[in-house]
Design a protein around this ligand. Structure first.
Ligand SMILES: [Fe+2]
Length: 295
């Protein structure tokens, strides 16, 4: 962890945008000292049955950024999402900003490039993104110092982004009563996920933690903000000092019961291209459905 850059005195303004269709929370994070902002984990709307994409959710974020006179510097993906499609290129076209993801996107592109039997036109070097973050990489939003922490396990490319006193954890942790995300996608690993969670929990206890998905367990209201201290004490999967062995046994058994996310097939194809739809060689946007290829 970069102790020198963990400055919980800097408190960015965080605006959350909940997407009901996919239970995703996207964020606009504003530097408290300037008009600079970042977008985290945007959503493109898809009617999969109809093969139709639209941008209501992204437009809400764009309208917010425009209405507040903010300048968009970064469009960050915490990982290659399997349950929603990114709107990063659409937002970039309207507002600018650089699209960033973890450098292990190369692993994800390699694994899923094979599963989707992609041709050579699909580059597996991360070049679809403007910035590939490595573990401990620093960057800034306006004057606010930020850093990226590699937190694999849910997927190989998962990163947690720390901006002042706020950490954006992607799917590495859910709210304390939601636990953690699955670790059984290709390239996922329950032991790695446990280690990554410990890394996140070693951040300062009063740091605000913003999660990427919430399903309102037990019928409670949708929520997305907690603290590192709360997660350490009460997270149902790892809180209160659960051991690595206990976590791996639990996570592996649970994951074996889960079916694939509804949108995994379109999501991966689009998100591993930084949010661009694949084309069929004649300029048409087309998605593939590989048969019996996802285990
Ligand atoms: Fe995810």
């Amino acid at each position: 962890m970069k102790d020198h850059i963990v400055t919980t005195d800097v408190k960015p303004q965080v605006e959350a945008f909940f997407d009901e269709a996919t239970n995703t929370i996207s964020y606009v994070v504003k530097d408290p000292a300037s008009d600079a902002c970042a977008v985290i984990d945007s959503v493109m709307d898809i009617d999969h049955a109809a093969g139709r994409i639209t941008y209501e959710h992204a437009d809400r974020m764009i309208d917010y950024i425009t209405a507040h006179g903010l300048s968009l510097e970064w469009i960050i993906e915490t990982h290659v999402h399997a349950d929603h499609l990114s709107a990063a290129p659409y937002i970039q076209e309207k507002l600018g900003g650089r699209i960033g993801i973890g450098e292990k996107i190369l692993v994800v592109q390699d694994v899923f490039g094979k599963i989707f039997n992609e041709g050579t036109e699909f580059q597996r070097d991360g070049s679809q993104f403007d910035r590939l973050f490595t573990d401990g990489d620093t960057y800034s939003v306006g004057g606010m110092a930020c850093f990226a922490m590699h937190t694999p396990g849910h997927t190989p490319a998962c990163m947690t982004h720390v901006m002042g006193d706020a950490a954006f954890v992607g799917d590495t942790l859910f709210m304390p009563d939601g636990g953690s995300a699955r670790a059984d996608f290709p390239g996922g690993d329950a032991g790695e996920l446990y280690d990554s969670i410990q890394k996140v929990l070693s951040l300062p206890g009063d740091m605000r933690l913003f999660i990427c998905h919430d399903y309102g367990p037990g019928g409670r209201e949708i929520a997305w903000e907690t603290t590192i201290a709360e997660e350490r004490e009460t997270n149902i999967h790892v809180g209160g000092g659960k051991t690595r062995e206990e976590f791996i046994a639990f996570r592996t058994a649970r994951d074996a019961q889960l079916s694939m996310p509804k949108l995994i097939i379109p999501s991966i194809q689009v998100n591993m291209r930084a949010g661009e739809m694949p084309h069929d060689g004649q300029g048409n946007m087309t998605l593939k459905v590989p048969i019996n290829a996802l285990k």
